[in-house]
Design a protein around this ligand. Sequence first.
Ligand SMILES: [Zn+2]
Length: 250
Amino acid sequence: MAVFNKAKFRFYEELNDFLPPDKKKFFFVYNFECNPSIKDVIEAMGVPHTEVDLILVNGDSVTFSYQLKDNDVVSVYPVFESLDISNVTHLREKPLREPKFVLDVHLGKLSKYLRMLGFDTQYQNSYEDSEIIKISLEHKRTILTRDVALLKYSEVTHGYWIRSQDPIEQLKEVIKRSDLSKSIRPFYRCSDCNGIIKEVSKESIMDKLQTGTKKYFNEFFQCNSCGKVYWKGSHFKKMERFIENLKVSI
Ligand SMILES: [Zn+2]
């Protein structure tokens, strides 16, 4: 009969979202052979490395390459908001300076919301996992995904697993997690294509306007990428209300 080593694990806060009920918020015993890396063990339990910021083994902070030993007691933490833990080894990569995102194929609605709030958001409903990872690395974009497996690829440095299935709740998650509430810039990005919206003269886009719009509006904006024309009509008022409500609820 094989003799297993044993370690005790406990996961904290939102890392429990990835665990089955009997492992949530308790120490549980993990049996293993040899000395696997702690990163492999944590990912095998379902928690992607991009969500982990701190691992303590027997009270000391360790890196992802730490090899698990018999009788280790392991505590795994997500990103701390306020605790002073400056003496320990943070595992999560430093946040990217300018928030930029690439979204998986299930997050079309969220991509529109993020762009509407002015955040640089790349999305196509045809992306393969490998393309998403390549875009993330080459253009320094944080991956947002509903697919945990995507965040377990070892090349992935910046990623976040979206918990909710509701696009507005998803938007709130991203704003909170990336601390974006002060960076919201409405009317800056095209929600269709992520291009930048600039003010244009009425004459230059006259042929694209319907009679009513021509009559009642004089201020116009246009996407520099797809050419879509925007003006501050009823849709704009709705968007302003949406943003006000959002700010109150986060
Ligand atoms: Zn556009």
